[in-house]
Write a protein that binds this ligand. Structure first.
Ligand SMILES: [Zn+2]
Ligand SMILES: [Zn+2]
Length: 214
């Protein structure tokens, strides 16, 4: 069953909690993926989080994070995350629970994106019992040796968690997921997708006839 904003039908558990996460995600403030997470215990939402810089700092979308704003493209894709000051949605949800003294042991976590390497470790160590996610997490462009090692280590961590992918529609997936946003932008720029103006068609035809005798 897919997530639908249908007020005539009461939502089931996954629909309800993921719906809350999708509402929280509107606050996400990062130039990269836009993610939100909710922690649920005994059928109650006990904490929420979305990704962005720590409180009372200039927002990531306003250039607050040097790694994310990447001036002059100085940080290669997939590198220097140790410089990034953005706090991930799952981290923010766990930290909110810590800040207000709420135990998360045995709780469920709903996130709009599969936890990354760092978040997966923290979720495991916080003793979250089960993780539900919407979009897969795709690490970008790490070098091949690192990539293989990271996949193996990630599998070790994820193997210790109960993880389930949810099959719901995301009406703003291209806004939320960097890889989908980049793919959408690339296809917009793709000249094959646009009908060329009449003058351009004539030029192409001329060029063809000129080069055909060769
Ligand atoms: Zn950021
Ligand atoms: Zn993360």
């Amino acid at each position: 069953m897919k997530f639908k904003l249908d007020p005539s039908r009461p939502p089931d558990e996954d629909d309800y909690y993921l719906g809350v996460a999708l509402a929280v995600r509107r606050k996400a403030n990062c130039t990269g993926n836009r993610v939100a997470a909710v922690i649920v215990k005994n059928k109650r939402v006990i904490a929420t989080g979305y990704n962005g810089v720590p409180e009372d700092m200039p927002n990531c979308l306003d250039g607050g994070c040097l790694r994310c704003s990447n001036p002059g493209g100085q940080f290669k894709s997939g590198t220097r995350y140790d410089l990034c000051i953005c706090v991930h949605a799952e981290q923010n949800a766990l930290l909110t629970a810590a800040r207000f003294g709420i135990s998360v042991e045995g709780a469920h976590l709903y996130t709009t994106m599969q936890p990354c390497f760092g978040c997966a470790k923290e979720i495991l160590q916080a003793k979250i019992e089960k993780v539900f996610y919407l979009h897969p997490w795709v690490p970008t462009d790490v070098d091949p040796v690192m990539d293989a090692a990271m996949k193996a280590e990630y599998a070790k961590i994820i193997g210790k968690l109960k993880v389930k992918k949810l099959d719901f529609d995301d009406p703003v997936a291209t806004w939320a997921v960097t890889t989908m946003r980049q793919a959408a932008l690339a296809s917009d720029k793709n000249p094959d997708k646009k009908t060329p103006p009449k003058t351009a068609k004539k030029k192409v035809a001329k060029k063809k006839s000129r080069t055909s005798p060769r």
